[in-house]
Design a protein around this ligand. Structure first.
Ligand SMILES: C[S@@+](CC[C@H](N)C(=O)[O-])C[C@H]1O[C@@H](n2cnc3c(N)ncnc32)[C@H](O)[C@@H]1O
Length: 265
């Protein structure tokens, strides 16, 4: 999903915002302005008029080209291209307006500050949970944290497998955090969840830090780990490695399974 170029390090300009989502929105607005200019200018200068379909194609193509010019990650191009058609289709469906509010609230509660963190929600699988459990030191009780714990599956599984240890999850988005707290309570799990940005934690308080984030988040995570993690502690990352930091081990349950990278401090 996030195999393209990380965007967090992209140069920003005074005109374009740093956040890719805001940049994409601004680009659509610019393309819309250009299409409006063409739509009003064309009948004055020629005998042709722009119809809605051609206007949508023009806007999509312009937005995709502007995104390319801005060096945005490759997945933005198709998104920008189809956005005007999606907007027209939704408008034509004459959906009741409350649907948009409910959809917006649900998506906001699930994805929250993804436009800033560039880490959307997608879950790891039980195969990964087992690889994490197998990577943990067995000779002592541990303090383990899942940074960006989503709906809490991994933390609850580790809490069940390692009753000697303390397992926590920290999650910035309200919906997954709330669901994980309720799940833990209903299942009488020892895993504890708090709603916060993991940037507020001190990694030195933990023996094991697990992350399943995105390529864009890895450089900052690595800087924080290097600055704060204690000797003897372990950083684990599902799927995403750190450019320029060779892991001490890589575990892969099968040829197609997501890798688990581990760095010992
Ligand atoms: C790819 S999901 C992984 C969920 C879970 N760890 C798992 O393995 O199934 C990443 C999660 O990290 C959360 N997240 C992203 N940035 C965060 C931050 N700075 N602090 C806390 N949570 C964050 C997202 O909201 C999302 O739920």
């Amino acid at each position: 999903m996030f195999s393209g170029r990380p965007e967090s390090g992209e140069p920003t300009s005074r005109f374009f915002p740093g956040s890719p989502a805001l940049q994409a929105l601004l680009i659509q607005a610019i393309a819309f302005g250009l299409v409006l200019t063409v739509a009003y200018g064309m009948p004055v200068l020629t005998r042709f008029q722009l119809n809605l379909g051609i206007a949508a194609i023009l806007q999509g193509v312009m937005a995709a080209l502007l995104s390319r010019w801005r060096n945005m990650a490759p997945w933005w191009m198709p998104i920008q291209l189809v956005f005007p058609f999606a907007a027209i289709a939704v408008h034509a469906a004459h959906l009741p307006s409350w649907i948009f509010l409910v959809a917006f609230l649900l998506l906001a509660a699930l994805f929250w500050t993804t436009f800033r963190t560039q880490v959307p929600y997608y879950p790891s699988t039980p195969v990964v949970w087992q690889a994490v459990a197998d990577s943990l030191p067995q000779d002592r009780a541990l303090r383990i944290i899942d940074v960006g714990s989503g709906f809490g599956g991994l933390a609850m599984r580790l809490a069940a497998l390692r009753p000697d240890s303390t397992v926590e999850g920290v999650e910035v988005a309200p919906l997954p955090w709330c669901a994980s707290a309720i799940r833990a309570s209903l299942a009488h799990s020892k895993a504890r969840f708090r709603r916060a940005d993991y940037g507020q934690l001190h990694f030195g308080d933990y023996d094991v830090v697990f992350a399943y984030l995105s390529p864009a988040a890895m450089p900052a995570l690595w800087r924080k780990a290097r600055a704060e993690m204690r000797p003897g502690s372990l950083l684990l990352s599902c799927e995403f490695d750190v450019p320029g930091a060779t892991p001490h081990f890589v575990k892969r349950a099968s040829a197609t399974a997501r890798p688990l990278f581990g760095w010992r401090f």
